[in-house]
Design a protein around this ligand. Sequence first.
Ligand code: 2NE
Length: 271
Amino acid sequence: IPLRALPALTDIRYERTADGIAKMTICRPSVRNAFRPQTLRELEHALMHARDTPSIRLVILTGEGTLAFCSGGDQSARGHGGYVGHDGIPRLAVLDLHIMMRRLPKVVIAMVAGYAVGGGHILHLVCDLTVAAENAVFGQTGPKVGSFDGGYGSSYLARIVGQKKAREIWFLCRQYSAEEARAMGLVNTVVPLEELEVETVKWARQVLEKSPTAIACIKAAMNADGDGHAGLSQLAGEATRMFYQSEEGKEGKKAFLEKRKPQFVPYVQET
Ligand code: 2NE
């Protein structure tokens, strides 16, 4: 039984396998799977559902069809100061989505066919792993369309591909083939288009064989240096979660509720 109910979805498809994979598909192929505020809200709900559902252990993020993973922010929804949804308020909500993806204590794999450009390129970048089809095309477009992402889209990109390459990607707005992206460390593997889903699930199932706690901690640790205090908080949160499960942690809560002094002496560790 899901702990968190999902609202009706129009812009994404959310599917689950019995062995713990959640697949989120951006379904706006007529605009190369560009995201609008509604798309981002649905992805946020889906990520929260995946986070709160213990049986979901891993997320695959992809786009509908073979022409595009995602072409970034829907330019027709772009207003004065952000992308405008039903409530009329301009926002850059995709930046919050990046943080949710990083904070999810489960692996997120980007399954990329076709274009991953602009904000769509950053979505794959923020995923923990990327499996790309041979027809995948990567690149930033912001400076061509009057936009940029100075967050993960620039500093994290530079950590992955190096400063010179990151500057090339942003300043020239070139498009890169799947093989070029693999060579610069942007994607983990490149496979023929017809093998994309099978290969992605193969990678996912190899992750699923591993310790979920180890995976959550190593993801938090890898995020920690780049995410500053928020990264340390995520990493420390994993430690707190494990501490709550210990007898020592439970004694603190129990003593408070029983209005007595806690007995921590049995838990003093020998060095
Ligand atoms: C994706 C790309 C390279 C595909 O090219 P192609 O030739 O395969 O298709 P085409 O004809 O350009 O696009 C097909 C339809 O999709 C729409 C197009 O307007 C076209 O519509 P129709 O002519 O059929 O009516 N479409 C494609 N991308 C769209 C988009 N992002 N928004 C709205 N409609 C879109 C080529 O289409 C392309 O370069 N697209 C634009 C990529 C882009 O610049 N994205 C925005 C970057 S800024 C951003 O994402 C961002 C940020 O920087 C900071 C914060 C938040 C977001």
